[in-house]
Design a binder for this molecule. Structure first.
Ligand code: NAD
Length: 704
């Protein structure tokens, strides 16, 4: 028994139980590697051992690398250190498969990443038929690749095409699907897992892996890759470059490892893999992705910003004012989380229409087998559409999502305040109006807070929690508890015009329009933004939110603040909306044309009204301007105390409006290299998660 595992030998069968004493799940760490290596050297040397079962002393088999360990150590690692780390794990897995004894992995819970790589290094894999026993190689999602042989074993086991799908998509496989894909060899009832492992060993199977037999070749190769398979790599590299530019090195590195690895001896393939792994591990991209999408996201969801000393609160009944796009979405996520929800609008018909939004989503989920009719009906039954403020009685929280108009909001706030308990919390989903101003319509401003959801609410994880001038810490704690209850990710910001996400998002679209005004070709603007990693170009997204919205925001700011500096992009918006009647997609025309019979196209007339300069700037300059305008505004938000923690800036940027990772050194032009401190603060690290090679999911929110 060590801190990481136990080893027992009974009747010639060695049973190795993975069991990290200090952690809820088993992970790959230097200590684990050392303990495993010692155990397998003993197994190899002991003639009494005729077979090995690798199982787990915990409900799950094993997760991958300890990402927190990686995050804290990777920055200081040289590529040589990282190569050594990968080779150490590779050597262990090689020892497992060359120890001369058959080794069976008995997988009772999830086996992911490095955990599944260990299973791949075993001679045979048996998985329990349980919903929790999923297998997969999700490394690509955190900007890495399976670095202990996964990219080499898998194509040799299941073929190149299938292996590439598993490695590039990085998703989990349930037992039946894993069996069909060849990722595991058998699926058995959970209570028969160990018996099945013993039974397999009883057949005295040959422990030699196929690639260690003389003359082994993968079916897709006759020395060199056959043309059809080689063509797949060309096609995939084109697709990956088209979708991600050069912003996400991991998918291309995986492709390279498989391409080069399957055309070389196995051991050479393992060294190629370690080299690429070392490059990814020492590159800021993966660190930034891990920091934001794994570590900081997890911490935010566990209440990193929750003030201490307040009792945990649970909302049992919620009131939602306004059953439009946002109100209907909020009602859905709340009802789904088991909360009784009152959905109020000006007419019963509008309130019912809001509830119908949930019915539509649930019908789709039932159709796709993601939920049952009964469960869907139970969620729907929790939503009560109404026009009667009396129905709000007993609500622990009311969220206002009526029109973006301070007077309308003041009216509904006062009516709700009269109907609810004197200790109920009140929140506004406003996207632009100051929380401190709206709080004036509520008799208890200390219990008034901003809860800024993103559209579509059911798919966007982020909630921007906004503190007004008088919002109490107790109200913040209760609001964060509610966000946890509905399983969303919160960031906490202080009141400011546009708060944080809308404010920075505005700089992105204004910069796009300013570039147009300066004579940069619209196609260059749109393509440079996408090459920089933004999900959509600034002109396209402005069309989506309508040009009228940023115009309105500028005019309101001018009216409220004499010191406000009018952005020069206003000229573009005024020409487009007031001069040309092209207000965006909703109006049928904006920076793009929207023909009924085909895809949208950039409007040719832009050249007449915003003539392109004879000499166009370099694409890198446009990429830099688009990214830095957002990073600078984020830095200002930190400086002004709108953001209280850089982690919130990263999470808001990545989850709120799809800001890409800015870890690549080549995204930082030379003239910025000296400003290291500024760069560190500005870098909105994190990443748009890798999306598999399927049609795009929802477009990240419009940032409003
Ligand atoms: P919407 O126009 O779709 O819905 C507003 C709803 O409020 C309508 O159903 C309307 O009938 C109802 N309403 C208006 N006056 C009312 C009153 N006096 N009493 C009761 N109901 C009333 O608008 P939306 O897009 O859902 O936006 C709602 C709020 O959310 C706004 O403050 C907006 O700024 C904010 N917001 C919108 C988005 C977005 O992407 N649309 C994102 C974040 C926040």
């Amino acid at each position: 028994m060590t801190d990481f595992l136990s080893l027992d030998v009974v009747d010639g069968v060695a049973t190795l139980r993975l069991d990290d004493r200090d952690a809820p799940v088993n992970t790959v760490s230097p200590g684990w590697l050392a303990a495993m290596t010692t155990a397998f050297e003993r197994i190899k040397a002991d003639p009494a051992v005729t077979g090995v079962i690798v199982s787990s002393g915990k409900p799950d088999f094993m997760a991958g690398a300890d990402l927190k360990f990686i995050l804290s150590h990777a920055a200081a690692m040289t590529p040589a250190d990282a190569y050594g780390f990968s080779q150490q794990a590779t050597a262990l897995h090689r020892l497992v498969e060359t120890c001369g004894k058959p080794v069976v992995a008995a997988i009772g819970g999830f086996a992911l990443g490095g955990g599944f790589e260990l299973a791949l290094a075993c001679t045979h894999r048996i998985v329990a038929d349980s919903r929790k026993a999923v297998v997969g190689l999700p490394e690509v999602n955190v900007g890495l690749l399976p670095g202990s042989g996964g990219t080499q074993r898998l194509p040799r086991m299941i073929g190149v095409a299938k292996a590439l799908e598993v490695l590039l998509e990085g998703r989990n496989y349930a037992p039946a699907e894993a069996l069909a894909a060849g990722l595991v060899d058998a699926v058995v009832p959970p209570d028969q897992l160990m018996a099945a492992a013993h039974a397999w060993l009883a057949g005295a199977p040959d422990p030699t892996r196929p690639w260690d037999r003389k003359g082994f070749a993968i079916p897709e190769s006759d020395g060199l890759l056959k043309q059809s398979t080689a063509g797949l790599f060309t096609q995939l590299s084109g697709q990956l470059l088209a979708r991600y530019g050069r912003n996400y090195p991991a998918p291309i590195a995986i492709l390279t490892c498989v391409f080069e690895g399957v055309q070389t001896p196995f051991e050479t393939g393992l060294r190629i893999e370690s080299r690429h792994f070392a490059r990814l591990l020492t590159d800021p991209v993966s660190r930034n992705i891990i920091r934001t999408t794994f570590v900081n996201k997890g911490l935010a969801e566990k209440g990193a910003r929750r003030p201490p000393g307040h009792e945990q609160a649970t909302v049992r009944k919620l009131g939602v004012l306004g059953a439009g796009m946002m109100g209907a979405g909020i009602a859905f996520v709340a009802a789904k989380a088991g909360i009784e929800t009152i959905l109020l609008d000006t007419s019963q018909e509008l309130a019912e229409k809001g509830k119908a939004h949930s019915a539509r989503i649930l019908a789709r989920e039932v159709e796709r087998g993601r939920t049952t009719r009964e469960a869907a009906d139970a969620i729907l039954a929790r939503i009560t559409p109404t026009t009667d403020y009396g129905d709000l009685a007993g609500a622990g929280l009311v969220i206002e999502a009526v029109f973006e108009d301070a007077t309308v909001k003041a009216g509904v706030t006062a009516k709700a305040a009269a109907a609810i308990a004197p200790d109920a919390l009140f929140a506004s989903n406003t996207s632009t109006l100051p929380i401190s101003l709206l709080a004036k319509s509520f008799p208890r401003p200390a219990d008034f807070i901003g809860l800024h959801f993103f559209s579509p609410v059911d798919r966007m994880a982020l909630v921007e929690v906004i503190m007004g001038q008088d919002t109490s810490q107790a109200a913040l704690a209760r609001a964060l508890d509610f966000v946890t209850q509905i399983r969303k990710t919160p960031i906490v910001v202080n009141d400011s015009r546009g708060f944080y996400t809308s404010r920075v998002f505005q700089t992105f679209i204004h910069e796009g329009m300013e570039l147009l005004r300066e004579g940069v070709s619209p196609a260059l603007i749109e393509n440079a933004a996408k090459l920089a990693g933004m999900p959509v170009g600034p002109l396209a997204v402005t069309d989506e939110v309508t040009l009228e919205l940023p115009m309105k925001i500028v005019r309101e700011a001018e009216a409220q603040d004499p010191a406000f500096r009018r952005p020069t992009s206003m000229e573009v918006m005024e020409t487009m909306v007031e001069g040309l009647g092209r207000a965006g997609r909703k109006a049928g025309a904006g920076f793009y044309d929207y023909p009924a019979d085909g895809p949208k196209r950039l409007w040719k007339g832009l050249a007449k009204h915003f003539p392109p300069a004879d000499e166009q700037p370099d694409v890198q300059e446009i990429k830099t301007r688009i990214l830095y305008i957002q990073a600078l505004e984020t830095a200002r938000c930190l400086e002004e105390g709108v953001l209280t923690h850089p982690a919130d800036g990263d999470l808001g940027a990545v989850l709120g409006w799809g800001f890409p990772t800015l870890g690549r050194r080549d995204a930082v032009p030379d003239r910025y290299r000296g400003r290291r401190r500024l760069r560190r603060r500005m870098r909105p690290a994190g990443a748009t998660p890798w999306r598999p090679l399927r049609p795009h999911g929802p477009t990240p929110g419009d940032g409003r």
